[in-house]
Design a protein around this ligand. Sequence first.
Ligand code: ADP
Ligand code: ZN
Length: 729
Amino acid sequence: MNAAKTPPPSRCRCLVLNPGLEVLDYRVPPGMVVGPGSVVVAPLGPRQIIGVVWEDGRLPGADFPLAKLRPLLSVLPVAPLPAPLRRLIEWTADYYLAPLSQVARMALSSSAALQGGGMTTEYRLTGAEAGRMTPQRTRAIERLAGQQATIRELAELAGVSDAVLRGMVTAGLLEAVRVDSDRAYPMPNPDHAVPDLNDGQAEAAEHIIAAVRARRFAPFLLDGVTGSGKTEVYAEAIAAALAMDRQVLILLPEIALTQNFLTRFEARFGAAPVAWHSALKASERRRAWRQVSLGGAKVVVGARSALFLPFADLGLIVVDEAHEIAFKQDDGVRYNARDVAVMRARFEAVPVVLASATPALESLAMAEAGRYERLVLPDRFGGAQMPDIRIVDLRTDQPERGRWIAPPLVKALKERAERGEQSLLFLNRRGYAPLTLCRGCGYRFCCPNCSAWLVEHRLSQRLACHHCGHEVPPPPTCPECGEPDCLVACGPGVERIADEMAQILPDARVIVATSDTLNSPDKAAEFVELVTGGGVDVIVGTQLVTKGFHFPDLTLVGVIDADMGLEGGDLRAAERTYQQIAQVSGRAGRGDKPGEVLLQTRHPEAAVIAALASGDRDAFYAAETEARRDAGAPPFGRWAAIIVSSEDEAEARDAARAIGGTRPSLADVAILGPAPAPLSLLRGRYRYRLLVNARRSSDLQSVLRDWLGLLKFPQGVRVAVDIDPYSFV
Ligand code: ADP
Ligand code: ZN
């Protein structure tokens, strides 16, 4: 009786990538085959838009009659977004109060990849001698050595026009190469160079490997001191996933670390992993995205955005240096990649490893509660000792006038120089000086777009804002009083410490390592090579040098200002100070020579400093836990920030007051503010902030949605919600 065949669904619900639209229904024309995850082209008015077919029931929409729906135009030649990724998109949008379309755009992060594979033309230098050379051609030849890419990309790399390069093709200086944009990557081999793990390492690896083989969700906190071999341990779990022919995602906090990591990975697996970060060229993005979705990219190492790649068959996720705040994204969708990684692992039903020597309190609490399995590596590999940490009390051991390195540290630096060992000076401040004054009238050089001082960068001869990127050359006269040559530098930055180093040890080879100097994977690789090869005596660096690097001849770490991170109202200031100093200390004595760390401080009695000096991590975490419990802060309570901004100060203030005026009154939620943000003007926008502090049990997201959903604001006002906020600038 019943018809044997159910007719194919003739309508479908799409999540479209246009902000403000989100969910639209379409008719599926005869002959077109779509299912959940299909990436489609759909009409919208006269335009064509991209959408992803979704399960009907999971997205609310208006049930228009079929006859009124417009037909889809085509299905794009890519694999459907897998169900676990669709669930991740939903979860991220819901948890972080972000528009679904904005989250979906993070997953469809290469528009070229959506157009399919196929052959493309790339160009490279032929090495031929040019008849007629112009300055532009010379520049192109200099900058394009070893590069192969499209004309557009090469033009960008070389800083010349497309036309110059086309001329070079005609002149035989550049040649065309046909490449398959879907070519696979070299396969990492799990058995290439298997290390001998020590007992502790092997035991930790076994736990993770068992979960990889069982294909089950299992979050691990790999808690091992610096130099204990955490990388070697999770590498064995990666090998297990590779042996099952599954894919692996490794998240790293910083692009500067990738090169270092790639080399090490290649030594272990015989082939480099696939890198994913914002500095990739469009053609590289296209290939990587497609190969991830086709399963041909086996291991991806990337920045937080790699979390939303469409893996065909993910078997394991690793978050290295999982405590790093670089995993927190503070614009667009404000998410924490560490937490989203755990959710992705859950949807994929695979293990996730959070590796750190200084785990976030939140992660430790999850382990304590039995929700994460904690794997401990208490000792450094190969008998290397943890460094000896000493305090330099700046109140009694004062540096000379106008200097920042106190006598005990000067002495230790000289000893290292005599022994031919390397030193690292840590100061988390780029540039020469954080504040510049006029010597005549005391005028302070400030950013016009932000309530912040301009930082002098002497190497590049500019005054720069570290918040918005505004830059000016140092003015010849004071803009206020007209005094010539008036600039006085106040306080130290890394460049100034490097100058001081040159005075202390005139023969020392000093290198400044910051995001200004190590701003590309290549530069970072050069840095590592230089230091490892013994071409550097003293590194002066910011937080960039606190993590990941392994320099066996580095035996001294000097922390210029251990108190710096404790200033400011950040609720995690103590924890961050602890992590930063413990991490930078961890760079000392990783080889067979013992390491020493000197902490310059004015507050040796502060709990953080005392814990660092005595090496008593547990005492620090215990004290910090109690402080958080008292404050109802994470992990005991939850925070959200509501940030209201406008180019018009009154408009921002009024909008913030309007939000404040409609605050819900709930027993388990406290709402503070509105108050001007610490940086009340940022990138030309005035900012006000409300802080919401809720009990763990409360449904914070619903409270915020109900509250903010009712309000309307003028056009120029932006209201952003930051769930689990980190940076409070
Ligand atoms: P962590 O990430 O815990 O700071 P690493 O993984 O960088 O530590 O290891 C520190 C150093 O010890 C590295 O040079 C690493 O190659 C070496 N190492 C660690 N475990 C082993 C092992 N089982 N066999 C050989 N070398 C190891
Ligand atoms: Zn600025």
